[in-house]
Write a protein that binds this ligand. Sequence first.
Ligand code: GLC
Ligand code: CA
Length: 539
Amino acid sequence: MIDSTDTEWWRTAAIYQIYPRSFSDSNGDGTGDLAGITARLDHLATLGVDAVWLSPFYPSPQNDGGYDVADYRNVADEFGTLPDFDALVARAHDLGIRVIVDLVPNHCSWEHASFRAALASAPGSPERAMFHFRDGRGTDGELPPNDWQSMFEGPAWTRTPDGQWYLHLFDESQPDWNWSNPAVRADFEQTLRFWLDRDVDGFRVDVCDAMVKADGLPDWPYPTKGVVRPIDGRMPPMWDQEGIHEIFREWRAVLDSYEGTRILCAEAWLPPERTARIVRPGEMHQAFNFAYLEQQWDATAIRDTIETSISSNDAVGAPTTWVLSNHDVMRHASRYGYDGPVALESGVGADDPQPDRALGLRRARAATALMLALPGSAYIYQGEELGLPESTDLPDEVRQDPVWERSGHRIRGRDGCRVPLPWTVSAPSFGFSASETTWLPQAADFGNFAVATQDGVPDSTLSLYREALSLRRSLTGPLEFSEAPADVISFTRGDVRVVANISTSPVALQAGSEVLLASGPVQGLTVPADTTVWVRLAS
Ligand code: GLC
Ligand code: CA
């Protein structure tokens, strides 16, 4: 049972992201579904997480993995039914796990009834005013209304048969809503209430920093990928506009009118001092810390990001969050297997340089042991508790990320982190489905990472996550950095010291330290390179 009197649960919650297509399949069609999730919630209870966040399961043509929503208040046939959703929430709550759903307010699918109505209506109609329709530039309006580029490559505008253009910051199948229209706001309030009435514990809000665009949609001749920062002293006109905050305050009031503590979590690729503005009192509860995710395996960079993140959030009374992987970036077990910077969303093909798997996993385990010791709330992406690598050899024909086509087969995209999970070894699709084939193919060696392979094995990655998530609950008190050798991050939380050895040589622990948790083999009091330990200090 969840403790409904706990109003502060979100300040320290470990939140597990489920990508429904790839978690577990209940009906043998090779695609994960809600009943599959419900059947496997025990895994998450044993893992020790406080909440799950479900990526979209709404009706959708799946042009962008369901982030192209055709109906915000229903379940896609392939994922199940509304009663299946209710059963999932009930089972999760019985197990003490809260449920957060994905809200996609920047854009919908071109199959959404409102967008179809807009296309069928005349320029200037109220139906078109739900979106950003404009006449084009050039003598015949043959040029897009401005120079904005889609996040998935190519222009951010598509022309309709009657000559007008509509704005889409992502795929052309994802028209952007016009948030200066009160009808859009009213519609989304209905969506919030719909899911709150079904007892969800909160919303993860997709690209919430893009909802409001600068007046006049001025040109922006610069790229916008990764964490958004001002260029030449200007913020991009499609990101982080002041008007977003008023919307968040309205939503917060709606959530606060419900029983229990329901939360809003911002997805916004902004630097810490800008994300902190979204979590000011009366706005959202927390925001993803993508600046943290972006750091390479570099002690100074990681330590600096920890400091700026905590100080930015402390200044507004919000918890800091931490995240290393999600459905949009190369899994961290593979990312850290490269030396130097990695393009987070670009994907890897069989002919590209491959990561050093052993190195990647060792560093990923150290990175997670560090992350889970930090104060605040932490996000875990399905499969990372298995040390699952990115699938870096998917055949190009199976790729589904819209960026692959839109970039003219230049950018492979994010499919490699979305491959169905392995549960067991000797079953079709490693226990994911009764089917041998899955919507994205699993690697032949996925059985080595299966839950059943790692369960009860003391030094497995699964055991490390379980131990860390359990011990994490006893870490209280603020973080205080300690003196440490170069490329070592060391801090205390109460009587526990955390030492992350990011250097290339071993470091010695203080005499009398009792090792509570280690991400790799520790001999005596010597912490090898690329290893994190938690120790209790001698009293
Ligand atoms: C968010 C989602 C990503 C999606 C994009 C457009 O960044 O996490 O998967 O493609 O928004 O909705
Ligand atoms: Ca299924």
